[in-house]
Design a protein around this ligand. Structure first.
Ligand code: NAP
Length: 259
């Protein structure tokens, strides 16, 4: 049993849908005060209503994580509502698929800004609160794509997700002086609104390539984030946890067929 997260304030970027919504619900179900942040306020409010209907505490806030002023506004709103930022879940991200031959410099900048620059901006904005409180936790949603695997059409995405890990290894050292840890969860293929947009044949093919023979659930990532935010994980920093049903393990198509 993990030490209680109840009463702690948790920002979840991209908390209105998919993995972020799963993280928000896992933390809220255990009594955390959750800030659900996304660009679309209506979706964020819908998630907050679900959390409140289940007895949890949450507020919705519209923010674009690739924009510094917007991120500063998110942290200010969190401090106003709950007093501190105890946990930052830097989760918002996008994964448009385009091969390098068609990829434009603008496509590249957009994905890097949404996925990587945002991680830096969100961590930077929370530092004054971590310093004041003398503690803090950051959980980054990276991916297996980039840090471990590749997939045609996701060179920009993979670069952004691998970049998050490069960032966190130095951030872990810089945040240590504020008694703050930063770690990343590397999801495999998790059923979300964003993944469903890739189509049923992608989802079916992917499930066959996973040793546990199913796509992940958003809660699978939520539980890993909860552990990294817990008191019990206080000595873990700069590290990664792969949550992928064993997807990165098979050496070949024959290996997966022989399970
Ligand atoms: P999703 O279902 O498409 O949800 C994305 C969330 O991020 C939404 O809440 C979206 O809300 C928000 N968002 C996007 N751009 C934003 C911005 N600029 N500012 C603020 N919020 C923004 O995606 P998901 O599948 O849950 O993915 C979440 C994270 O997990 C991403 O970092 C992704 O790379 C990572 N991941 C996902 C999988 C998977 O299988 N699903 C696997 C590996 C890693 P708005 O559009 O309203 O802003």
């Amino acid at each position: 049993m993990l030490t209680s997260i109840a009463g702690q304030s948790v920002i979840v970027t991209g908390g209105s849908k998919g993995i972020g919504k799963g993280i928000a619900k896992v933390f809220a179900a255990r009594g955390a005060n959750v800030v659900v942040a996304a660009r679309g306020l209506a979706d964020a409010e819908a998630t907050v209503n679900e959390i409140r209907a289940g007895g949890g505490t949450a507020i919705a806030h519209a923010a674009d994580v690739s924009d510094w002023a917007s991120v500063e506004g998110l942290v200010a709103r969190t401090l106003e509502a709950f007093g501190t930022v105890d946990v930052l879940c830097a989760n918002a991200g996008a994964f448009p698929q385009k091969k390098i031959i068609e990829l434009t410099p603008e496509d590249w900048d957009q994905v890097l800004a949404t996925n990587l620059k945002s991680t830096f901006l969100c961590v930077k904005a929370c530092i004054p609160s971590f310093e004041k409180a003398g503690k803090g936790r950051v959980v980054v949603t990276s991916s297996i794509t980039g840090p471990i695997t590749g997939y045609p059409g996701w060179s920009h995405y993979g670069a952004s997700k691998a970049g998050q890990l490069g960032f966190l290894r130095t951030a872990a050292m810089e945040l240590a002086r504020y008694n703050t840890t930063i770690n990343a969860v590397l999801p495999g293929n998790i059923i979300t609104e964003g993944l469903q947009d890739l189509g049923q044949s992608y989802l079916d093919g992917m499930a066959k390539a996973i040793p546990l023979k199913r796509l992940g659930r958003v809660e699978d990532i939520g539980y890993a984030a909860l552990f990294l935010a817990s008191q019990e994980a206080s000595y873990i920093t700069g590290q990664t946890i792969v949550v992928d049903g064993g997807q990165i393990l098979p050496e070949s198509a024959e290996a997966i067929d022989s399970i």
